[in-house]
Design a protein around this ligand. Structure first.
Ligand code: FES
Length: 131
């Protein structure tokens, strides 16, 4: 093997490795990561709600519902206004109904809903926040 061929092979190996790094990065980001489990040690009565940094938990006729507070436009933290029964984003004023449905503004998509389970003893909830 000549010196020139050796340099070509090394260059080719280095080039292939550097080109495959984005692929490895993509595959790493696609692996499953379990959701964050947020425990709420409080029982809500029908019509009550609880505001957390990541979501607002409502007690509805159909059971507990957790609506994400992350705006589907650019990710600002949305505030819930119980007197209007609306979520309003402070950044660009997107509005959403109490159950997270899009009404107006630049967001265009509904707010996300998180899975909620009632604790075995019935004395609270577990909200599963996707990562
Ligand atoms: S980030 Fe909420 S409307 Fe733009």
């Amino acid at each position: 093997m000549t010196r020139r061929n050796l340099i070509k092979k090394w260059f080719l190996a280095l080039f292939t490795f550097s080109m495959s790094l984005p692929l490895f990065s993509f595959l790493k980001s696609q692996r499953y990561r379990p959701p964050i489990e947020k425990r709420i040690s409080k029982v809500l009565k029908p019509g009550q709600f609880l505001t957390e940094p990541e979501f607002v938990l409502f007690h509805t006729n159909k059971g507990p519902v957790a609506i994400s507070r992350r705006c589907t436009h650019l990710g600002c933290r949305i505030n819930y206004f119980p007197e209007k029964a609306l979520f309003i984003c402070p950044c660009h004023q997107s509005r959403f109904t109490k159950d997270g449905r899009y009404i107006s503004g630049p967001a265009k998509k509904d707010l996300h809903r998180f899975k909620v389970a009632v604790l075995e003893d019935g004395q609270g909830y577990v909200v599963y926040i996707p990562r």
